[in-house]
Design a protein. Structure first.
Length: 71
């Protein structure tokens, strides 16, 4: 199970096509963080197995919806 912030990160990546950095900035409070720190933390999240699986799941749902719409 993902935390609310992790879920928001995954949704931003999968549904909004945001970069990992932008998704991190949207999901987490990164106002006072250096860009390097944000990039590092976003990369760590992107490599997390649970988050990767959720991003893939969301992207699969999008693809399925597109196929259904086309039919």
């Amino acid at each position: 199970m993902l935390t609310a912030k992790q879920e928001k990160f995954a949704q931003c990546v999968a549904l909004e096509n945001m970069t990992y950095t932008d998704a991190y900035k949207t999901a987490y409070n990164a106002e006072n963080m250096a860009d390097k720190t944000v990039n590092e933390k976003a990369c760590i999240l992107a490599k997390d197995g649970k988050i990767k699986a959720r991003v893939e799941e969301l992207r699969a749902e999008i693809a399925k919806d597109k196929i259904m719409s086309a039919q």
